[in-house]
Design a protein around this ligand. Structure first.
Ligand SMILES: Nc1ncnc2c1ncn2[C@@H]1O[C@H](COP(=O)(O)OP(=O)(O)O)[C@@H](O)[C@H]1O
Ligand SMILES: [Mg+2]
Length: 295
């Protein structure tokens, strides 16, 4: 731009020498030229800014395209998982029912105690598979919250019963405490059940050779219900602690690494919080805090 300016000024100078035009004319021309130069510079700046904006928007568009592709991929994976999960859960349910009936019969005869134990293993395996399928299903499909009012203590009992075999096997004792006369929640019962099962299962797995799990329910300013799960297990190191809520992160040989990431998402969707405190070698406490949502 300044090169062009120099050429024009030198042309003007020559013209002034030859024809001796009046200085006003030259000054007007020079002003017009300056204005033109300024305008051109402004336009250049605007063009550069526009180019930057276009580059940014193109990048954003490409990012959104990738996100959409990923969402579509997850959606079809979700459809597939839902179909497979349904097909798997039905026979699992049948196996569990038959094994439970068999276990009840075997338990009534002292001589069949070892057989009853074997059936307990079948039941444990089936429930573990069912939990994995449910976690996978939740991971691939965003489920709407279906609110209902329920007693969280009763739901805890149901969750404990679902993994009873494992609790007995690992010799874990569970104590419950509550400091609210009536503890009720308005939340998605099935999703909260899944959170309870995941947290209790993790606690029990962290105590492979006996331990204690204390589950306490307490109310905070009438609006929040805090349910904490305090175990005396092996605890979590500081570097692992930062990763446990990531999907597929596991330190177990046969873990899926989905339990905590799903539980975190469920609690977050309920506008609650899932937090953790742990001391290596001493134990871990997971706390779920949920809005009571009643009245
Ligand atoms: N109560 C606990 N005590 C010790 N470690 C735990 C506990 N709960 C979770 N963890 C750690 O967090 C990891 C992720 O847990 P999770 O998402 O449930 O997946 P998974 O149980 O399949 O490994 C576990 O592998 C374990 O290292
Ligand atoms: Mg787990």
């Amino acid at each position: 731009m300044s090169a062009l300016k120099n050429v024009c000024i030198s042309k003007l100078d020559k013209k002034q020498l030859k024809n001796e035009p009046d200085s006003q004319y030259i000054s007007q021309l020079s002003n017009a030229f300056m204005a033109f130069t300024k305008g051109a510079e402004n336009m250049q700046q605007m063009y550069e800014k526009l180019q930057e904006r276009v580059d940014y928007l193109t990048g954003e568009l490409e990012k959104k395209d990738k996100e959409l592709e990923e969402a579509n991929r997850l959606a079809s994976l979700g459809e597939l998982a839902a179909g497979v999960a349904h097909e798997i859960r039905n026979p699992l349910c049948g196996i569990e029912l038959s094994a439970s009936l068999l276990q009840r019969q075997l338990n009534s005869f002292a001589k069949d105690k070892d057989k009853a134990e074997l059936t307990a293993n079948i039941i444990e395996g089936v429930r573990r598979l069912d939990n994995i399928v449910v976690n996978l299903l939740t991971f691939t499909r965003e489920k709407k919250i279906v609110y209902s009012v329920f007693d969280p203590e009763q739901l805890l009992d149901e969750a404990i019963a679902a993994i009873e075999v494992k609790i007995v096997k690992n010799k874990v004792t569970i104590n419950k405490k509550k400091d609210c006369a009536i503890c009720v929640l308005n939340a998605d019962k099935e999703q909260i059940r899944q959170v309870f099962i995941n947290l209790i299962l993790n606690a029990v797995e962290a105590m492979p050779d006996k331990g204690n799990l204390e589950i306490s329910l307490s109310k905070k300013n009438d609006r929040l219900l805090v349910i904490s799960f305090q175990d005396t297990g092996y605890g979590i190191t500081q570097d692992v602690l930062g990763k446990i809520f990531n999907p597929f992160f596991t330190t177990k040989d046969h873990g899926t690494g989905l339990g905590l990431s799903i539980s975190y998402r469920i609690i977050e969707n309920h506008k609650g919080k899932l937090s953790v405190k742990s001391v290596r070698g001493k134990g871990t406490t997971f706390s779920v805090s949920l809005p009571v949502n009643i009245g």
